[in-house]
Design a protein around this ligand. Structure first.
Ligand code: ADP
Length: 725
């Protein structure tokens, strides 16, 4: 109740001017571990106390002014400074300040609640018990340090103890000696507190093996130099050739190995809690502060590594700090990515390698196949060339050598004109121009070489073209068909001769009839001439005048017969001209008229008045019609006289001009329908069997056809067709 009232009072009071909390700091510099307790305490107190506070820190500088005779200067200052109003709470931080307070509190701040914070239990136990004073002690467990060292490094034979020479440190020197005595003789202790820090640095660098260092404090060395202990520790760690152990958390993290430590943070928080309660008016006697124990063990991973301390030796539940993540932990992702990349790259390389091998193989195959092609090309009896757009040879086979007497290699890169000569080039220039427009060209013609030789060539030019129609040149396949051409011409000549012979033999058959035909006009001329002579003797010139035109016309008639005969017998080369088949039929019918009469055959013609012209050789086509008619005459020999008839019709069948010669003869046995057109097939005792075969070959050369069909009643009909002109 009182506390609550006081707390309220304090709040009301604080609203005017904040109450003062006086904090007495032992050293007033950044002297760990007390500096850390103070900073945590200030922060925590401000955060936890509901009222604003005026926290004033006074440094006692007890490292510097440790002489008791000078203590009064500080006391005077404090009395002056905090006489009125008295602080609401006085807090001492650290063992040195605790001693000072123990001595001067009653004089300075009688009745003021006091908190003795950050004080080791060894010191706290020596303090006088007072009203209104709360002590927050820390268990500065010195033997645990040596236990910790031996646990980690069981071979340790010696421990070097680093402490300064300030009064507090001297106190701790004594404490250590007492606390560590039980570890002898297993461990020898070397106290460096009589050395200057300079000497300490030299010493720690040359410690014997199996030595550990316990860094206690370094506030002031034996030479009177002041230190910030954490900085001094860093230097020791750097110089030492042995692992360094500490007891305070403040010293952990700069290379000390670690172990069970005292937490200044916990001490600061604990002190702030107590301070709040004292400020709220809780009587000191009611506040029980437990002894602050060592925290759970923690170790510096870097120091463990440096001194090769096996992690298995650490006590259970030990925390390892400052572990530097391994490359894997740090860059695991990137390493995986890099590995994947590497793998992909390797796969890619492998693939490229395989492809390269395939390419090599393919190149080999290509080279071999090209070689084969070359061999084939060279073995061909034709000239093969590849020519580019500029008409330069890109490839030539061996045939080239035979044609032009030049090694193919010598012609590569040269133009056609240069290589084949002007005359040859002129005869193929048009075709070359055409193939270079993208048109495939096939031609056969006679060409002339520069040496005057004539060649017949049969050539194919194929453009070398891409899908878009770009022409890069052309391929030429040229065959020398001179011999074949000569043979063809010879066969034509022979054919013509055969036709001629055929006609002459026909003439033999016609001879009788023709003689009769010529006889008629001749006898007419004869009788007319005799009549004319008689009329001349009778001087009847008028009658003579009348008779003479008859003589002329009869002579003309005889001449006509002879001319026709001569035309047929003339040995002439084939000449193609437009022909009217109706007229041609009429002429042959006229020529054979006397034969027909002599054989008692009636010849009927049925010409198609709209018959288109055909192109062909007049004599040869007449020969066909005549042959068909003569055969018809003979086929009807066995027929009674009145039943012998030939009907010749012309017309258009399936767009071809057709002539049909129908007779009423014996007809053709079914099995001979085709064979009668073979040479030497005859059923006649004096027949040659050549007539129909000659007729068929004439029609073939005119792109026409010749065939026979038996009539339904009697006889056969021979048809031939010719394309329209
Ligand atoms: P040839 O008249 O010398 O026998 P062809 O080649 O003209 O030679 O005729 C061959 C054969 O065809 C004749 O022997 C004959 O048997 C047959 N032949 C030809 N024309 C007729 C026809 N109009 N009717 C029946 N048979 C025919």
């Amino acid at each position: 109740m009182t506390g609550l009232l006081l707390g309220l009072c304090a709040t009301a009071h604080g609203a005017e001017a904040p109450r003062t909390v006086l904090l007495l700091d032992s050293y007033g510099r950044n002297v760990a571990p007390i500096s850390r307790v103070i900073s945590v305490f200030r922060t925590e107190l401000t955060a936890r106390c509901p009222e604003p506070l005026d926290i004033q820190i006074v440094s006692l500088e007890l490292a510097r002014f440790s002489q008791p005779e000078k203590a009064h200067l500080v006391v005077d200052f404090l009395r002056e400074r905090f006489a009125e109003p008295q602080p609401a709470l006085v807090v001492s931080a650290g063992g040195a300040a605790a001693g000072f307070m123990d001595e001067h509190r009653d004089l300075l701040f009688p009745g003021t609640p006091t908190l003795v914070a950050g004080v080791a239990h060894q010191i706290a136990g020596n303090l006088a018990r007072r009203d209104q004073t709360v002590v927050a002690p820390m268990n500065v467990d010195l033997p645990s340090v040596i236990d910790g060292i031996l646990r980690l490094l069981p071979r340790t034979r010696q421990v070097a103890v680093i402490l300064g020479a300030s009064p507090l440190e001297r106190f701790w020197g004594d404490e250590c000696r007492k606390a560590f005595a039980p570890f002898s003789p297993r461990v020898a202790f070397e106290y460096l507190d009589r050395l200057s820090f300079q000497e300490i640095q030299q010493r720690v660098a040359v410690l014997p093996p199996d030595t550990a260092i316990f860094f206690g404090l370094m506030i002031a060395d034996s030479a009177g130099m002041l230190f910030e202990p954490a900085d001094a520790l860093k230097i020791v760690v750097e110089k030492a050739d042995a692992p360094v152990f500490v007891l305070f958390e403040s010293f952990f993290g700069s290379g000390a190995v670690g172990g069970r430590l005292l937490s200044e943070h916990a001490a600061g928080v604990q002190a702030a809690e107590v301070a709040v309660r004292l400020l709220q008016g809780t009587p000191a006697a009611r506040i029980v502060v437990p002894l602050q124990e060592l925290s759970a063990p923690m170790y510096d991973w870097r120091a463990l590594r440096r001194w090769k301390i096996d992690e298995n030796r650490l006590p259970p539940g030990a925390a390892i700090r400052f572990r530097q993540p391994s490359a894997w932990e740090l860059y695991g992702g990137r390493i995986v990515a890099a590995l994947i990349l590497l793998l992909l790259q390797s796969l890619l390389i492998a693939r490229l390698w395989v492809q390269r091998n395939r390419l090599r193989q393919t190149k080999g195959h290509l080279a071999r196949s090209e070689q084969r092609l070359r061999q084939i090309a060279n073995a061909l009896p034709a000239l093969i060339a590849q020519v580019d757009r500029q008409q330069r040879y890109r490839f030539l086979n061996d045939a080239y050598r035979e044609w032009f007497g030049i090694a193919p290699e010598a012609a590569i890169g040269r133009t056609i004109r240069e290589v084949v000569g002007e005359r040859f080039y002129r005869s193929i220039g048009d075709e070359v121009a055409r193939v270079l427009t993208g048109e495939a060209v096939r031609f056969a013609k006679e060409v002339e070489l520069d040496d005057g030789r004539g060649l017949y060539i049969d050539a194919i030019y194929v453009p070398d073209m891409d899908a878009l129609g770009h022409v890069f040149g052309f391929y030429a396949l040229v065959m020398d068909v001179t011999e074949r051409e000569h043979a063809r011409q010879e066969s034509l000549r022979l054919h013509d001769a055969l036709l001629h012979a055929g006609r002459i033999s026909t003439m033999g058959e016609l001879a009788g009839a023709l003689a009769h035909e010529i006889n008629q006009p001749l006898s007419a001329i004869m009788s007319n001439a005799q009549a004319a002579r008689r009329f001349l003797e009778a001087a009847d010139l008028d009658q003579v005048k009348e008779i003479l035109p008859d003589i002329v016309s009869e002579a003309a008639r005889a001449d006509e017969v002879i001319q026709r005969l001569r035309a047929l017998l003339k040995k002439s080369a084939t000449t193609v001209e437009p022909l009217d088949l109706n007229a041609l039929v009429g002429e042959v019918v006229a020529l054979l008229n006397s034969n027909a009469v002599g054989r008692n055959v009636r010849v009927v013609t049925d010409p198609d008045p709209n018959l288109p012209l055909v192109r062909g050789d007049r004599i040869q086509l007449q020969q066909v019609i005549m042959n068909l008619m003569l055969n018809a005459f003979e086929a009807m020999d066995a027929q009674p006289r009145g039943a012998r008839m030939i009907a010749i019709r012309t017309g258009v069948r399936a767009s071809a001009v057709t002539v049909a010669v129908a007779d009423t003869g014996c007809g053709v046995p079914a099995h001979d329908i085709e064979t009668i057109f073979n040479p030497y097939h005859t059923t006649k005792p004096n027949g040659m069997g050549l007539g129909l075969s000659i007729c068929r070959s004439i029609l073939q050369r005119h792109q026409g056809r010749l065939w026979v069909e038996n009539n339904s009643d009697r006889g056969a009909t021979f048809y031939f067709t010719l394309p329209q002109a």
